[in-house]
Design a protein around this ligand. Structure first.
Ligand SMILES: Cc1cc2nc3c(=O)[nH]c(=O)nc-3n(C[C@H](O)[C@H](O)[C@H](O)COP(=O)(O)OP(=O)(O)OC[C@H]3O[C@@H](n4cnc5c(N)ncnc54)[C@H](O)[C@@H]3O)c2cc1C
Length: 377
C-alpha cells in the first residue's frame, strides 16, 4: 500500500512514524523541515485541564502516550512532565479553576489544591500572594514539539519505508479510489493520502473540489523572554489568570496570553494582546519589565466546534484528514490511531466523536464569522 502524507508538523510526522512502524510505504511532503509550521510556534503544553468533559479521557490518554513515544524515538530530553501550576486571582476565574479541577479529578487525574504560599515555594519567581485559588496538575507538562517532529521523521526515514520530500503540494486531484498529488515535479498517485497540512487543509481540499471544513486560522501571541528570571526561573508550565509561561525550548522563557476576543482589525487585537500580556506578566512575574522580549504569533488551525477533525473525507476512503487545535497534546496518540485505521482498516472507537464529516461546510466560500472559543493555549 502506497501512502502519502501532506505535512510534517506534529500530526503528519506522528502519522508517518506510526504508518512506517506498521510496515506501510510512506512518502511525507512538506514545504520545509519537519515541524516548521504551527508546531514550532506553539505553547506546546500537554494538557487536559479546562477542556470539554467529553474530551477528557482522550486528552488524558494522549498525555500518557507522550512518555511512550518519547521512549520509542529516544527524545525523552524534549519531554517535560513537571506538572502545570494554575493560579487565579479573582472570583470568576477562581471558581472556574475549581470547577475544572473537580471535573478533571473525576477522570482519575491527581489534581492538587494547594495554598498560595506552597505555590510560591514551588515557583519562587512567581508573585503568588494575589492568588485566590491554586491548582497543581502533576501529570501535565510541555514538549519541545519542533524537536519531536524532527525525531519522528528522522527515525521513520532511517528505520522504516518512509521517504521525506521537501516539496510543496500544489493541489490534490481525485481519481476513482486513488488520490493524486500535483507537485512542481509532476503528478504522484497514492492508494491513500493523509492531509495533515494544518492551516492549509482547506486550500488543498477545495483544490480537489471538496467542500471546505469549518476550520479557522486563529492567531495567538507568544513572547520569547530571552533574559533569565533570576536564579530560580520557572520550572513548570504556569497559567495565571490570562497569562501562561514556561521554560523556553532554547533557553529563556516562553509566555503567551489569552487571545483578544472579537473580529476587529488585526493590528488592534494584536495591540490589545500585547498590553494584556505585559500587564498580566508584570502582575505575576518578578522582574518581567527587565527582560529581553521577542514577539511571535502562532496561528492555530481551529475547528469551529473546537474538537479534532480526524477521519476519511470521501466515500472510498482514499483521502483522510487530520487537523486539530491541541495538536501537540493529541498528535502522537492521534497518529497511532490514524495509522491503525488506515493500515488495518479497523475503526478506532476513540476517534468516533471526531469525524470531519460533522463539520463539512455547506457553502464553498464558508468563513467562520467570529471566534468565540477560549483560546488560552
Ligand atoms: C500560540 C499557540 C499556542 C498553542 N498552544 C498549544 C498547547 O499549549 N498545547 C497544544 O496541544 N496545542 C497548542 N497549540 C495548537 C498546536 O500547536 C496545533 O494544534 C498543532 O501544532 C497543529 O499541528 P499540525 O501538524 O496540524 O500543523 P503544523 O505544525 O502547521 O503542520 C502542518 C505542516 O503542513 C505543511 N504544509 C502545509 N501546506 C502544505 C503544502 N501545500 N505542501 C506541503 N506541505 C504543506 C506545513 O509546512 C507544516 O509543516 C497552540 C497553537 C498556537 C498557535
Amino acid at each position: 500500500m502506497k501512502i502519502g502524507v501532506v505535512g510534517a508538523g506534529i500530526i503528519g510526522s506522528s502519522i508517518a512514524y506510526h504508518l512506517g512502524k506498521a510496515g506501510a510505504r510512506v512518502t511525507v511532503f512538506d514545504i520545509g523541515e519537519p515541524g516548521n509550521g504551527v508546531s514550532s510556534t506553539s505553547f506546546a503544553c500537554l494538557n487536559a485541564f479546562g477542556q470539554a468533559e467529553a474530551d477528557l479521557p482522550f486528552r488524558l490518554d494522549a498525555i500518557k502516550y507522550h512518555s511512550v513515544i518519547a521512549r520509542d524515538v529516544g527524545s525523552e530530553r524534549n519531554l517535560h512532565t513537571t506538572g502545570t501550576l494554575r493560579l487565579a486571582s479573582f472570583g470568576n476565574a477562581a471558581e472556574k479553576l475549581e470547577q475544572n479541577a473537580k471535573a478533571l479529578s473525576q477522570y482519575g487525574s491527581q489534581v492538587e489544591f494547594i495554598s498560595a504560599a506552597a505555590a510560591g515555594r514551588l515557583e519562587p519567581s512567581i508573585r503568588t500572594e494575589s492568588a485566590a485559588e491554586v491548582v497543581f496538575v502533576p501529570e501535565e507538562g510541555w514538549v519541545n514539539a519542533g524537536a519531536l517532529c524532527g525525531a519522528l521523521i528522522d527515525l521513520s526515514t532511517r528505520r522504516f519505508a518512509v521517504r521525506y520530500r521537501r516539496e510543496r503540494v500544489q493541489a490534490l486531484e481525485r481519481l476513482q479510489s486513488k488520490a493524486r498529488l500535483r507537485l512542481t515535479t509532476g503528478i504522484e498517485v497514492f492508494d491513500s493520502l493523509v492531509l495533515a497540512a494544518g492551516n492549509d487543509t482547506n486550500a488543498l481540499l477545495t483544490s480537489a473540489g471538496f467542500m471546505p471544513l469549518r476550520l479557522t486560522a486563529a492567531p495567538g501571541p507568544l513572547v520569547d523572554l530571552t533574559c533569565s528570571l533570576g536564579s530560580q526561573g520557572v520550572r513548570r508550565a504556569i497559567y495565571a489568570d490570562k497569562l501562561h509561561i514556561r521554560p523556553g525550548d532554547h533557553g529563556g522563557f516562553l509566555a503567551g496570553v489569552v487571545a483578544a476576543a472579537g473580529d476587529g482589525p488585526e493590528h488592534e487585537r494584536k495591540e490589545e494582546e500585547r498590553r494584556s500580556l505585559i500587564s498580566s506578566a508584570s502582575q505575576w512575574i518578578m522582574n518581567f519589565a527587565e527582560m529581553g522580549q521577542r514577539w511571535a504569533v502562532g496561528v492555530r488551525p481551529m475547528p469551529a466546534d473546537g474538537r479534532p477533525m480526524i477521519g476519511p473525507i470521501d466515500e472510498d476512503r482514499a483521502l483522510y484528514v487530520a487537523v486539530m487545535h491541541g495538536g501537540i497534546t493529541l498528535g502522537p496518540l492521534a497518529g497511532r490511531l490514524v495509522a491503525a485505521e488506515i493500515v488495518q482498516e479497523n475503526e478506532a472507537s476513540e476517534l468516533g466523536a471526531y469525524r470531519p464529516r460533522r463539520s463539512i461546510a455547506q457553502d464553498a466560500d464558508w468563513r467562520e464569522p467570529t471566534l468565540s472559543l477560549d483560546r488560552s493555549m
